[in-house]
Ligand binder design. Structure first.
Ligand SMILES: N[C@@H](CCC(=O)N[C@@H](CS)C(=O)NCC(=O)O)C(=O)O
Length: 223
């Protein structure tokens, strides 16, 4: 059975969890982190889940980060590579219409999420909930919110042209964006969701796979 190391509060792990839920693949989930534990972030004195610093884990993922998968001996890290692998290996029809151009477009939006949405959203989470209050900086938060909103405007333009982010069908490219838009709402920072993103987000929330691991606000607000 496929094994996944990660934590639910990790956006990158969430991408993999949602993808696995879309595919309907059974897997073993092993909680692992140097930064977060059952009580929240280590900066607040909480004990981390651990595992990532063990020699066994480092042999699989020398970065000591999450997520990592082991699929019958095939070990892979880097969240975007993992979801591309899962799509190609288990659900090419469902997750990109078994079409190379659709795959490439979904891949582009997956990398775009990593470059444009993830960095500001990381700052949003840190300076809103994760850091102890004395270390939170409202200016960093405001800058991150503005940067995130600008990037969301680009997704909104695309979603004004196509039903899903990579065309007229759901693809794995919708998953990273869906996660970030959901987290933006759960953090209470989505004060003005542009119309096309709002229409598309409603569709994402209706997906059973979204509701398996991603919907629950507790998976995003653990801090
Ligand atoms: N580029 C890597 C980055 C991995 C990464 O930084 N993961 C974070 C969680 S989202 C992590 O491991 N944080 C430290 C920890 O939880 O121990 C990926 O996309 O998988």
């Amino acid at each position: 059975m496929l094994k996944l190391w990660g934590r639910q509060s990790s956006g990158r792990t969430q991408k993999v969890l949602w993808t696995l839920a879309e595919i309907g693949l059974e897997f073993e989930f092993i909680l692992a982190s140097a930064e977060m534990g059952p009580g929240g972030h280590v900066s607040k004195g909480n004990k981390p889940f651990g595992v990532v610093d063990t020699p066994e884990y480092r042999a699989k993922n020398p970065n000591g980060r999450v997520p990592t998968i082991d699929d019958d001996g095939f070990v892979l890290w880097e969240s975007n590579s993992i979801i591309r692998y899962l799509a190609m290996q288990y659900a090419p029809d469902m997750l990109y219409g078994n079409d190379i151009k659709t795959f490439a477009s979904a891949s582009r939006w997956t990398d775009w999420e990593n470059n444009e949405l993830l960095p500001p959203q990381h700052d949003m989470a840190m300076h809103l909930i994760r850091l102890p209050e004395s270390q939170r900086d409202p200016q960093v938060l405001a800058k991150a919110c503005a940067k995130f909103a600008r990037a969301i405007g680009i997704a909104d333009e695309q979603l004004g042209r196509t039903r899903y982010i990579a065309g007229e069908r759901f693809t794995y490219g919708d998953i990273p964006l869906g996660l970030r838009v959901h987290r933006w709402h759960v953090l209470g920072l989505a004060t003005e969701t542009p119309p096309n993103v709002a229409r598309w987000y409603a569709e994402m929330k209706a997906r059973p796979a979204f509701n398996r691991w991603t919907a629950d606000p507790a998976h995003h607000l653990e801090g």
